[in-house]
Design a protein around this ligand. Sequence first.
Ligand SMILES: [Zn+2]
Length: 166
Amino acid sequence: MNIVEHDWAWPNPDGFETRQSTLYFIVHHTDGPQNQDTNEIFAEHVKNGWNGIGYHFVIKGDEKGTIVRGRPLESIGAHALGLNYCSIGIALEGDFESSESSEVPTDAQIASLKGLLKELYTEYPNAKIIGHRDVADIVEDAGDSTACPGDTLYNMLPDIIKQVQA
Ligand SMILES: [Zn+2]
């Protein structure tokens, strides 16, 4: 699996906390353009007051479904209120909520997602794959309700999970 390392300008490079457990891989959409400059996502997250990009991985909507590393893998992310302390955040570029957008994940994005999840499983075999919207069913303090990762991608997850765990 080819993961592209990006030289992020972290506001506080020493400010990351190490995760003590990894119970979930949480799938997101970026709710933005399907192929955008990842620095824009980074800048938006800094505006939220976070220490740079909150996801551990971004899967681009480009031809190859390029996987870009965000936060260091072992650090606590900023992507799913209530479960950040025990999860890895993976975001596919795009808006996959069908009431808002006609975008669908590209085949390359889905192939990269499956490959990445398979690889993460070897390291964290007990983690469970969920969509961001599922967090509200797991913890009380999940913040505002979210459609993330959009119904189109969300409905693809059962199949993806089956294939990743096969
Ligand atoms: Zn999300």
